[in-house]
Write a protein that binds this ligand. Structure first.
Ligand SMILES: [Zn+2]
Ligand SMILES: [Zn+2]
Length: 316
Protein backbone atom coordinates (compact mmCIF):
# COMPACT_ATOMS: atom_id res chain seq x y z
CA UNK A 1 0.00 0.00 0.00
CA UNK A 2 0.98 3.65 -0.33
CA UNK A 3 2.21 5.29 2.89
CA UNK A 4 4.16 8.28 4.20
CA UNK A 5 6.81 7.02 6.53
CA UNK A 6 9.11 9.05 8.81
CA UNK A 7 12.47 7.40 9.50
CA UNK A 8 13.52 9.83 12.22
CA UNK A 9 15.21 12.10 9.70
CA UNK A 10 12.95 12.56 6.74
CA UNK A 11 9.45 11.82 5.55
CA UNK A 12 9.28 9.44 2.60
CA UNK A 13 6.61 8.23 0.23
CA UNK A 14 6.64 4.43 0.00
CA UNK A 15 4.49 2.74 -2.65
CA UNK A 16 4.81 -0.83 -1.31
CA UNK A 17 4.60 -0.39 2.47
CA UNK A 18 3.17 -3.54 4.12
CA UNK A 19 -0.59 -3.42 4.74
CA UNK A 20 -1.44 -3.66 8.50
CA UNK A 21 -1.69 -7.28 9.69
CA UNK A 22 -3.40 -7.64 13.05
CA UNK A 23 -6.57 -8.84 14.71
CA UNK A 24 -7.75 -5.24 14.89
CA UNK A 25 -10.21 -3.60 12.51
CA UNK A 26 -8.75 -2.69 9.12
CA UNK A 27 -9.74 0.79 7.96
CA UNK A 28 -9.32 2.18 4.44
CA UNK A 29 -8.37 5.82 4.93
CA UNK A 30 -10.47 8.29 2.93
CA UNK A 31 -8.96 11.52 4.20
CA UNK A 32 -6.35 12.48 6.78
CA UNK A 33 -5.49 15.90 8.21
CA UNK A 34 -2.00 17.28 8.74
CA UNK A 35 -1.77 18.81 12.20
CA UNK A 36 0.76 20.70 14.29
CA UNK A 37 1.75 17.51 16.07
CA UNK A 38 2.80 15.95 12.75
CA UNK A 39 4.99 18.96 12.06
CA UNK A 40 6.46 18.69 15.58
CA UNK A 41 7.22 14.98 15.01
CA UNK A 42 9.21 15.91 11.91
CA UNK A 43 11.23 18.17 14.24
CA UNK A 44 11.93 15.26 16.60
CA UNK A 45 8.94 15.31 18.97
CA UNK A 46 8.31 11.85 20.55
CA UNK A 47 11.29 10.41 18.60
CA UNK A 48 8.63 8.70 16.49
CA UNK A 49 9.43 6.51 13.50
CA UNK A 50 6.79 4.97 11.25
CA UNK A 51 3.73 6.02 9.25
CA UNK A 52 2.69 9.51 10.31
CA UNK A 53 -0.86 10.86 10.77
CA UNK A 54 -3.60 10.56 13.40
CA UNK A 55 -6.55 12.67 12.20
CA UNK A 56 -8.58 10.61 9.74
CA UNK A 57 -11.88 9.41 8.42
CA UNK A 58 -12.15 6.09 6.65
CA UNK A 59 -14.26 3.03 5.86
CA UNK A 60 -13.97 -0.27 7.75
CA UNK A 61 -12.80 -2.94 5.34
CA UNK A 62 -12.43 -5.82 7.78
CA UNK A 63 -13.40 -6.42 11.42
CA UNK A 64 -14.47 -9.22 13.73
CA UNK A 65 -17.74 -7.39 14.27
CA UNK A 66 -19.20 -7.82 10.78
CA UNK A 67 -21.66 -4.96 11.39
CA UNK A 68 -18.75 -2.53 11.25
CA UNK A 69 -17.69 -3.55 7.75
CA UNK A 70 -18.47 -0.85 5.19
CA UNK A 71 -19.17 1.78 7.88
CA UNK A 72 -17.62 5.24 7.78
CA UNK A 73 -15.57 5.74 10.93
CA UNK A 74 -13.21 7.97 12.85
CA UNK A 75 -10.95 6.55 15.55
CA UNK A 76 -9.64 7.35 19.01
CA UNK A 77 -5.87 7.34 18.68
CA UNK A 78 -4.68 5.97 22.06
CA UNK A 79 -4.51 2.21 22.55
CA UNK A 80 -3.80 0.97 26.08
CA UNK A 81 -2.27 -2.37 27.06
CA UNK A 82 -5.48 -3.44 28.90
CA UNK A 83 -3.41 -5.10 31.63
CA UNK A 84 -1.95 -2.34 33.80
CA UNK A 85 -3.59 -0.58 36.74
CA UNK A 86 -4.13 2.58 34.66
CA UNK A 87 -6.01 0.67 31.96
CA UNK A 88 -8.02 -1.29 34.53
CA UNK A 89 -9.25 2.04 35.91
CA UNK A 90 -10.46 2.94 32.41
CA UNK A 91 -7.72 5.49 31.79
CA UNK A 92 -6.28 3.93 28.64
CA UNK A 93 -5.23 7.29 27.25
CA UNK A 94 -2.65 7.46 30.04
CA UNK A 95 -1.50 3.84 29.95
CA UNK A 96 2.31 3.85 30.34
CA UNK A 97 2.50 1.07 27.72
CA UNK A 98 0.08 2.69 25.26
CA UNK A 99 0.58 3.10 21.56
CA UNK A 100 -0.75 6.17 19.78
CA UNK A 101 -1.75 6.25 16.13
CA UNK A 102 0.99 7.93 14.10
CA UNK A 103 2.64 9.30 17.27
CA UNK A 104 3.91 6.42 19.43
CA UNK A 105 4.79 2.87 18.32
CA UNK A 106 1.79 2.56 15.99
CA UNK A 107 1.59 3.24 12.26
CA UNK A 108 -0.70 6.13 11.44
CA UNK A 109 -3.20 7.47 8.95
CA UNK A 110 -1.08 8.87 6.10
CA UNK A 111 -1.49 5.55 4.29
CA UNK A 112 -4.14 3.70 2.34
CA UNK A 113 -4.92 1.51 5.36
CA UNK A 114 -4.57 1.64 9.13
CA UNK A 115 -5.62 -0.69 11.92
CA UNK A 116 -7.17 0.12 15.30
CA UNK A 117 -9.06 -1.93 17.92
CA UNK A 118 -12.77 -1.98 17.14
CA UNK A 119 -13.62 -0.21 20.39
CA UNK A 120 -11.55 2.79 19.28
CA UNK A 121 -13.77 3.32 16.25
CA UNK A 122 -16.84 5.55 16.11
CA UNK A 123 -19.31 5.18 13.26
CA UNK A 124 -20.21 8.63 12.01
CA UNK A 125 -23.69 9.68 10.88
CA UNK A 126 -24.39 10.53 7.23
CA UNK A 127 -25.03 14.12 8.26
CA UNK A 128 -21.28 14.55 8.83
CA UNK A 129 -19.26 14.77 5.60
CA UNK A 130 -15.74 13.36 5.26
CA UNK A 131 -14.40 16.91 5.19
CA UNK A 132 -16.05 17.55 8.56
CA UNK A 133 -15.25 14.16 10.06
CA UNK A 134 -11.52 14.63 9.58
CA UNK A 135 -11.78 17.32 12.28
CA UNK A 136 -13.38 15.09 14.93
CA UNK A 137 -10.05 14.18 16.58
CA UNK A 138 -8.92 17.81 17.01
CA UNK A 139 -12.45 18.93 17.99
CA UNK A 140 -12.37 16.18 20.64
CA UNK A 141 -9.06 17.60 21.87
CA UNK A 142 -10.83 20.96 22.24
CA UNK A 143 -13.68 19.28 24.16
CA UNK A 144 -11.16 17.86 26.61
CA UNK A 145 -10.97 21.36 28.15
CA UNK A 146 -14.63 21.07 29.14
CA UNK A 147 -13.90 17.73 30.79
CA UNK A 148 -11.05 19.20 32.79
CA UNK A 149 -12.41 22.57 33.90
CA UNK A 150 -15.90 23.52 34.95
CA UNK A 151 -16.35 26.58 32.79
CA UNK A 152 -18.34 29.52 34.12
CA UNK A 153 -20.54 31.25 31.51
CA UNK A 154 -19.45 34.75 32.55
CA UNK A 155 -15.71 34.05 32.54
CA UNK A 156 -13.43 36.20 30.44
CA UNK A 157 -11.71 33.63 28.23
CA UNK A 158 -8.64 34.18 26.03
CA UNK A 159 -7.29 31.82 23.41
CA UNK A 160 -3.68 32.47 22.46
CA UNK A 161 -3.06 31.37 18.87
CA UNK A 162 -5.14 31.47 15.69
CA UNK A 163 -4.11 28.24 13.97
CA UNK A 164 -5.96 24.99 13.27
CA UNK A 165 -6.43 23.86 16.87
CA UNK A 166 -6.98 27.36 18.26
CA UNK A 167 -9.86 27.92 15.80
CA UNK A 168 -11.58 24.74 17.01
CA UNK A 169 -10.99 25.59 20.68
CA UNK A 170 -12.59 29.00 20.17
CA UNK A 171 -15.68 27.37 18.64
CA UNK A 172 -15.98 24.82 21.42
CA UNK A 173 -15.45 27.23 24.33
CA UNK A 174 -17.91 29.68 22.85
CA UNK A 175 -20.66 27.12 23.41
CA UNK A 176 -20.06 27.55 27.18
CA UNK A 177 -18.67 31.07 27.62
CA UNK A 178 -19.91 34.24 25.95
CA UNK A 179 -16.83 36.42 26.48
CA UNK A 180 -14.16 34.82 24.31
CA UNK A 181 -11.23 36.74 22.81
CA UNK A 182 -8.69 35.24 20.43
CA UNK A 183 -5.15 36.66 20.41
CA UNK A 184 -3.54 35.85 17.07
CA UNK A 185 -0.95 36.94 14.57
CA UNK A 186 -2.54 36.34 11.17
CA UNK A 187 -5.26 38.66 9.92
CA UNK A 188 -6.73 36.07 7.51
CA UNK A 189 -7.21 33.56 10.33
CA UNK A 190 -8.64 36.17 12.69
CA UNK A 191 -11.02 37.35 9.97
CA UNK A 192 -12.59 33.88 9.94
CA UNK A 193 -13.24 34.14 13.68
CA UNK A 194 -14.56 37.70 13.39
CA UNK A 195 -17.13 36.39 10.90
CA UNK A 196 -18.24 33.91 13.57
CA UNK A 197 -18.71 36.84 15.96
CA UNK A 198 -15.55 36.29 18.01
CA UNK A 199 -13.55 39.22 19.35
CA UNK A 200 -9.98 39.05 18.03
CA UNK A 201 -6.78 40.95 18.75
CA UNK A 202 -3.25 41.14 17.43
CA UNK A 203 -0.89 41.98 20.29
CA UNK A 204 -1.56 42.34 24.01
CA UNK A 205 -2.53 45.80 25.22
CA UNK A 206 -2.16 47.12 28.76
CA UNK A 207 -5.87 46.52 29.54
CA UNK A 208 -5.58 42.87 28.49
CA UNK A 209 -2.88 42.09 31.02
CA UNK A 210 -4.02 39.90 33.91
CA UNK A 211 -7.63 40.32 32.82
CA UNK A 212 -8.69 36.78 31.87
CA UNK A 213 -10.09 34.06 34.14
CA UNK A 214 -9.10 31.34 31.69
CA UNK A 215 -6.37 31.38 29.05
CA UNK A 216 -5.83 28.57 26.56
CA UNK A 217 -2.37 28.41 25.03
CA UNK A 218 -2.56 26.89 21.54
CA UNK A 219 0.25 28.51 19.57
CA UNK A 220 2.83 25.75 19.57
CA UNK A 221 5.51 28.26 20.58
CA UNK A 222 7.29 29.33 23.74
CA UNK A 223 6.13 32.91 23.25
CA UNK A 224 2.53 31.67 23.49
CA UNK A 225 3.19 30.48 27.02
CA UNK A 226 4.70 33.83 28.02
CA UNK A 227 1.73 35.66 26.47
CA UNK A 228 -0.67 33.40 28.36
CA UNK A 229 1.02 34.27 31.66
CA UNK A 230 0.61 37.96 30.82
CA UNK A 231 -3.10 37.56 30.07
CA UNK A 232 -4.24 35.40 32.97
CA UNK A 233 -5.46 37.07 36.15
CA UNK A 234 -4.07 36.13 39.54
CA UNK A 235 -5.51 32.77 40.66
CA UNK A 236 -6.67 32.15 37.08
CA UNK A 237 -6.27 29.03 34.95
CA UNK A 238 -3.95 28.46 31.99
CA UNK A 239 -4.62 25.44 29.78
CA UNK A 240 -1.61 24.21 27.83
CA UNK A 241 -2.53 22.67 24.49
CA UNK A 242 0.75 22.94 22.59
CA UNK A 243 3.35 20.25 22.41
CA UNK A 244 6.47 22.26 21.74
CA UNK A 245 9.39 20.36 20.23
CA UNK A 246 11.94 22.94 21.32
CA UNK A 247 12.87 22.65 24.98
CA UNK A 248 13.63 26.23 25.82
CA UNK A 249 13.81 27.28 29.44
CA UNK A 250 10.48 28.61 30.62
CA UNK A 251 10.28 31.03 33.51
CA UNK A 252 7.55 29.69 35.79
CA UNK A 253 7.97 32.41 38.44
CA UNK A 254 4.78 34.29 37.39
CA UNK A 255 2.79 31.06 37.83
CA UNK A 256 3.98 30.81 41.43
CA UNK A 257 3.64 34.50 42.32
CA UNK A 258 0.15 34.78 40.82
CA UNK A 259 -0.92 31.31 41.98
CA UNK A 260 -1.92 30.23 38.48
CA UNK A 261 -3.39 26.79 37.89
CA UNK A 262 -1.60 25.20 34.92
CA UNK A 263 -3.53 22.41 33.23
CA UNK A 264 -1.97 20.19 30.57
CA UNK A 265 -4.53 19.07 28.02
CA UNK A 266 -4.18 16.50 25.25
CA UNK A 267 -6.69 14.18 23.58
CA UNK A 268 -10.38 14.36 24.32
CA UNK A 269 -13.71 12.54 24.12
CA UNK A 270 -15.00 11.78 20.60
CA UNK A 271 -18.71 11.52 21.40
CA UNK A 272 -19.37 15.22 22.19
CA UNK A 273 -17.22 16.18 19.19
CA UNK A 274 -19.30 14.01 16.86
CA UNK A 275 -22.54 15.37 18.34
CA UNK A 276 -21.36 18.97 18.01
CA UNK A 277 -20.51 18.53 14.34
CA UNK A 278 -23.70 16.59 13.60
CA UNK A 279 -25.87 19.25 15.22
CA UNK A 280 -23.99 22.09 13.56
CA UNK A 281 -23.17 23.98 16.76
CA UNK A 282 -19.56 23.88 15.63
CA UNK A 283 -18.59 24.71 12.08
CA UNK A 284 -15.41 23.46 10.46
CA UNK A 285 -16.58 23.93 6.90
CA UNK A 286 -14.15 26.56 5.70
CA UNK A 287 -11.02 25.26 7.43
CA UNK A 288 -9.66 22.95 4.72
CA UNK A 289 -7.54 24.94 2.30
CA UNK A 290 -6.26 22.17 0.05
CA UNK A 291 -6.24 18.45 -0.60
CA UNK A 292 -3.31 16.41 -1.92
CA UNK A 293 -2.71 12.78 -2.84
CA UNK A 294 -0.01 11.04 -0.76
CA UNK A 295 2.45 11.28 -3.67
CA UNK A 296 2.38 15.08 -3.40
CA UNK A 297 3.17 15.04 0.32
CA UNK A 298 6.08 17.45 -0.06
CA UNK A 299 3.80 20.17 -1.41
CA UNK A 300 1.19 19.33 1.21
CA UNK A 301 3.65 19.65 4.09
CA UNK A 302 5.22 22.79 2.66
CA UNK A 303 1.78 24.35 2.60
CA UNK A 304 0.83 23.08 6.07
CA UNK A 305 4.03 24.63 7.47
CA UNK A 306 3.18 28.10 6.19
CA UNK A 307 2.05 30.24 9.09
CA UNK A 308 -1.06 31.57 7.35
CA UNK A 309 -2.41 28.14 6.34
CA UNK A 310 -5.34 26.57 8.20
CA UNK A 311 -5.85 22.89 7.27
CA UNK A 312 -4.25 20.73 4.61
CA UNK A 313 -5.57 17.20 4.08
CA UNK A 314 -4.19 14.14 2.33
CA UNK A 315 -6.36 11.77 0.31
CA UNK A 316 -4.68 8.36 0.23
ZN1 LIG B 1 -3.57 16.33 15.64
ZN1 LIG C 1 -2.21 -0.21 30.26
Amino acid sequence: MKALCFDGKKLEYISDYPKPQSDEALVKVTMAGICGTDLEILQGYMSYEGVLGHEFVGVVEDAKNKELIGKRVVGEINVGCQNCEVCKKGNERHCPNRTVLGILNRDGAFAQYLSLPEKNLHVIPDSISDKQAVFIEPVAAAFEIKEQISLKPDWQVAIVGDGRLAQLIVSVLRTSCSKVTCFGRHQNKLDRLEKLGIKTKIGISKEDQHYFDLVVEATGSTSGFLDSMKLVKPKGVVILKSTIASKENLDLTPAVVNEITLVGSRCGPFRPAINALASGIISVDDLIESEYPLEKFQQAFDEAKKSNTLKVVLKP
